[in-house]
Design a binder for this molecule. Structure first.
Ligand SMILES: [Cu+2]
Length: 204
């Protein structure tokens, strides 16, 4: 079909065509990537083992035997550590924090040490009663979800907030970042000292 005939059939006048430059001539093919880059900047896929790392943020101990069915999160059988203690990625990569238990992911900027965290800056949990949450915003680059407001784990009796979840954090810049649990007694214990913390090393 001639173009003119097509437009006639479609009821489009030549005046309307003036405002339809895409129909006036062949337009260069635009890929999805072009559009993505216009919106978000140059696109660069990260590949290889340093593109991402997985950190278990608290774990359910399998010894002694643990039975969470149906459906509980027994606090005393949770291991309050980050595994591995130091994750290594390259700049632009991400860390997948797989959270098991009533924990709160806080990430602090390059060079922060556990002793730099002001554990006198606290806030109460929002809904579910629990220990105070660390609220020190100095050098904090990521604060995760408030664990006390998550919906109840279906089937839990009495209802407990859903604790098992994933938070993925991207690190665009190199450095050694401190990651802590913001639940105060998990991070710091008077007798045991600093417990629940680790690092993310981001290479250039
Ligand atoms: Cu914790």
């Amino acid at each position: 079909m001639e173009r003119r005939d097509f437009f006639k059939k479609a009821g489009i006048t030549s005046a309307a065509l003036v405002s339809l430059p895409a129909f006036a001539g062949p337009a260069p093919a635009k890929t999805g990537q072009d559009e993505h880059e216009q919106e978000h900047g140059p696109h660069e896929d990260l590949n290889g083992p340093l593109a991402s790392a997985t950190v278990a943020f608290g774990q359910w101990n399998a010894d002694p035997v643990i039975d969470r069915f149906p459906n509980n999160s027994p606090r005393t059988q949770n291991n309050h550590h980050l595994i591995p203690g130091e994750a290594v990625i390259k700049a632009g990569g991400s860390v997948n924090f797989i959270i098991s238990g009533f924990h709160h992911v806080l990430v602090y900027g390059d060079g922060t040490k556990p002793t730099d965290i002001d554990i006198t800056k606290l806030r109460p949990t929002t809904v579910q009663p629990g220990p105070p949450l660390i609220d020190d915003a100095t050098n904090r680059v990521y604060r995760g979800l408030d664990p006390s407001v998550l919906p109840a784990l279906p089937g839990s009796t009495p209802p407990q907030p859903l604790q098992d979840r994933v938070e993925v954090v991207r690190f665009p810049n190199p450095g050694r970042y401190l990651v802590i649990c913001g639940v105060l007694p998990h991070f710091f214990d008077v007798a045991a000292g600093f417990i629940m913390f680790g690092y993310v090393k981001v290479l250039k």
